[in-house]
Design a protein around this ligand. Structure first.
Ligand code: ADP
Ligand code: ZN
Ligand code: ZN
Length: 766
């Protein structure tokens, strides 16, 4: 016994590697004072000194006995988590994986994914998470079952108090045999009794006793619970196939056309997991726009489900987090990308709905992670299965399914068996030549809108530019109004009568005369959603139009969706925001105003994204009994993509595109990493970019390094930008490629510091 104790002491960890919320690419080693040795553990939060007089909360990654070389370690001040840890062991691994794979600082990962109140920067902020409590009442502890009758009769001169006491005993179903009772909140009892002051008097007289009960702040669902729908035959088959494929694969792709009822299948899968006592994470690209799915799931799962996204208050997020760590966690979490860091003790299934969606990728700031990919890693670490679902899978996922790395389940028919919409391609160039165009509308589209409205049906119009017009241009000299901080032309917003930079948000007054030549023939060119709506109102006076784009405040989304659902509006004009899973019964007609700008975007993924986006918008039409009608306006009616879109032939499109991907060694035949350099001096940025390119070419091979290139918009907020693109071979592990990249960066470290040029990585950019 004695020697065992000595051994234990010798094995005590003297050092802790800690993640701190700072953007430095390292863990920080601190020494563990003897009084904390028994409390500290990986995953716990600790409070430490950092720099001059600063103190920070960090997370213990690892405990060890290796003194760091050449530095004097400081002592940890205190351990914040007395019992239990804030992060589970698999989450520590996941955090480390994210920072290694996405080439970013562990502190950035911690900051992005941990709710603010769980990572206070200073002790003062540690007001942090406190459970919410509500006052409850019960019989005072001095009163026993036997003495109740006596107490009641003792109150015969205080009739009101007697009434309240009797009422309490009745509502609480007080059992005189064993003293058991139902917990009753004070507020509830107040609502049931005649006199609130009598209740107060009972408490003062030590007949009733007030006590605090921890309650949930989490908005609880009070609506009705419904049964899940019975699956159709083909849904039933897909459901069985998914389970079968999970026997062989950890990851499966459900490729089901729009309105095939994927949500219904997810619901059945979730129910099965819950029955087995396991938890499910259901990821959505966006919550505010997908309230329909949220309500559907709430009706089925009620308060077994919580909703977690970055617009939830910090308090709510911390509360869900704590509940996940407790002994009665939620069975189902419906969340957006940040939900991947929530702790799960018993995760059985991850569902990634609309897995092709680019909103799963965080663009800025670091960590620039893709929640779909991280959720796969997370699922595997938790021993859970992962189901990706889409009507237009990402090329990566579809390729992985065809290459049998993932299981593949296909659902080709719509729930109602009504065919996919009938797509009519209309040539904008021809209509313009014939002078049939009315603004951005072809006669075919105007007719279709008119017909739908006459039949009391609804219309969705897709246009991928917000604002009024795209540019203000001088007819005489060709001058275009641009942002003074960014290399971007401005967009005119009529509702605020300003020209706006869509990159930095800066607003400019409208100019009357050309600053170059003085001419007053300035023209608004191009169309934004505002102008489309204005035009349509003139062309179709009966239209009741709503706009849905990112100029609309998030808080208004729900109203806009509800009004359209209720038929208060009958035309919805929107940007890509309307492509995310809307399910409206009465939409018969969809118009795509202009497919070309999307297709012409200079990026190898432009066509993939265009196909996915348009095909999702097309899928909003005819979701019930009548086949939908789509008018697709384009200048390139013969383009392969347009042709395949109109025939709903995703597979043909995929196959054709994959030839190009292979020829140019683009994903999914390689992994891309973009290295971006930014600085105030174009010359410095350029010079370092060239040097890095040389170094990386030497290390990866010349054919795998592209650039340096100025991106399409090469100056944003006065920072000059250069990009280097790495095409990393599949066979090179991410650890190896990270080593190589670190090595190259090391060699220009001094140049970077001297010039103030900064850099960051975007791994698997979209
Ligand atoms: P998807 O996600 O594949 O586009 P949804 O799951 O949104 O399709 O289903 C489309 C519509 O059809 C929804 O309104 C849904 O309630 C309905 N639906 C799908 N399957 C069934 C079913 N088996 N029974 C009743 N309604 C269904
Ligand atoms: Zn001019
Ligand atoms: Zn700008």
């Amino acid at each position: 016994m004695g020697s065992f104790f000595v051994l234990l002491l010798l094995n005590m960890s003297r050092y802790a590697d800690i993640v701190l919320p700072v953007p430095l690419n390292q863990y920080f080693t601190y020494s563990v004072p003897p009084e904390l040795e028994l409390i500290i553990a990986p995953g716990k939060r600790v409070y430490v000194p950092f720099g001059k007089g600063r103190k920070l909360t960090g997370i213990v990654m690892k405990l060890h006995n290796i003194p760091p070389v050449g530095v004097q370690t400081k002592d940890i001040i205190s351990v914040t988590d007395m019992d239990g840890t804030t992060l589970l062991p698999y989450q520590l691994e996941l955090m480390e994986w994210i920072s290694t794979y996405y080439l970013c600082a562990p502190g950035d990962v911690m900051k992005a994914l941990l709710p603010g109140t769980l990572r206070p920067e200073s002790k003062n902020e540690q007001k942090a998470y406190k459970p919410k409590t509500d006052p409850f009442v019960k019989l005072h502890h001095s009163i026993s079952s036997e003495s109740i009758d006596e107490t009641i009769s003792g109150l015969k001169r205080a009739k009101k108090q007697q009434e309240v006491l009797k009422k309490y005993l009745e509502i609480s179903e007080f059992n005189t045999a064993d003293g058991s009772f139902k917990a009753i909140s004070k507020r509830y009892l107040q609502g049931k009794v005649e006199s609130v002051s009598a209740l107060q008097a009972l408490i003062q007289n030590n007949i009733l006793e007030q006590y605090d009960v921890e309650t949930e702040r989490l908005i609880s669902y009070t609506g009705s619970i419904v049964e899940a729908n019975t699956l159709t035959e083909s849904q039933e088959r897909a459901f069985a196939e998914i389970k079968e494929s999970f026997k062989k694969h950890n990851i499966s792709l459900l490729y089901g056309v729009t309105s095939s009822g994927k949500t219904e299948i997810y619901i059945r899968l979730i129910q099965e997991q819950i029955k087995m006592g396991r938890q499910v994470l259901y990821l959505l690209p966006e919550i505010a726009l997908t309230t329909q799915i949220m309500h559907r799931l709430q009706q089925i799962f009620g308060n077994e489900m919580a909703i977690y996204h970055s617009n939830c208050s910090d308090i709510i997020r911390a509360e869900i987090w704590q509940k996940q760590l407790g002994n009665r966690p939620f069975s189902l979490i419906l969340g957006t990308r940040s939900a991947i860091m929530l702790p799960f003790r018993n995760l059985g299934l991850v569902i990634v709905d609309e897995e092709h969606e680019t909103s799963y990728k965080q663009e800025d700031p670091a960590p620039r992670y893709n929640a779909r990919n991280v959720s796969i890693m997370m699922g595997i670490k938790c021993g859970a299965k992962i189901l990706l679902g889409s009507a237009t899978p990402s090329f990566e996922s579809y390729a992985n399914a065809l290459w049998e790395k993932y299981g593949l389940v296909t659902l080709e028919e719509r729930y109602t068996k009504v065919g996919l919409p009938d797509v009519t391609i209309v040539d904008i160039a021809e209509m313009r030549r014939k002078k049939y165009m009315k603004g951005a509308f072809t006669p075919q589209l105007i007719n279709a809108v008119n017909e739908a409205i006459e039949r009391d049906e609804q219309v969705i119009l897709f246009h991928n530019r917000r604002g009024y017009s795209s540019v203000v241009e001088c007819d005489d000299c060709g001058w275009v109004q641009k942002c003074t901080h960014c290399d971007v032309s401005l967009t005119y917003h009529k509702n605020v009568n300003m020209a706006v930079c869509h990159y930095c948000g800066k607003r400019y007054p409208i100019v009357k005369n050309c600053p170059e030549c003085g001419s007053n023939t300035l023209n608004q060119r191009g169309y934004g959603t505002e102008r489309i709506a204005e035009h349509l109102q003139e062309l179709v006076p009966e239209a009741r139009i709503a706009i849905m784009d990112s100029d609309i405040q998030r808080s208004r989304y729900q109203d806009i969706i509800q009004n359209f659902q209720d038929g208060k509006t009958n035309v919805l004009i929107g940007t890509q925001m309307i492509s995310k899973g809307f399910d409206f019964d009465n939409v018969s007609t969809v118009g795509i105003l202009q497919a070309d700008a999307l297709m012409n975007f200079p990026d190898f993924r432009a066509l993939e994204h265009t196909y996915q986006l348009i095909s999702q918008v097309v899928g909003r039409a005819g979701r019930r009994n009548i086949r939908g009608k789509v008018i697709l306006q384009t200048r390139q009616p013969d383009n392969q993509l347009i042709q395949m879109l109109s025939r709903h032939n995703y597979r043909a499109f995929f196959n054709e595109q994959m030839n190009d991907r292979l020829a140019f060694v683009y994903p999914p035949y390689s992994r891309l990493t973009i290295l971006t350099l930014k600085g105030r001096s174009a010359k410095d940025v350029e010079q370092i970019a060239y040097r890095l390119c040389q170094l990386l070419s030497g290390l990866f091979g010349e054919e795998r390094v592209l650039g340096p290139d100025a991106p399409m918009i090469s100056r944003i907020q006065n920072q000059h930008i250069r990009n280097i693109v790495l095409k990393v071979d599949h066979k090179t592990s991410y650890l190896k490629s990270r080593q190589i990249i670190d090595c190259a960066i090391q060699q220009v470290k001094e140049l970077l510091v001297q010039s103030g040029v900064t850099y960051y990585f975007d791994v698997d950019p979209l």
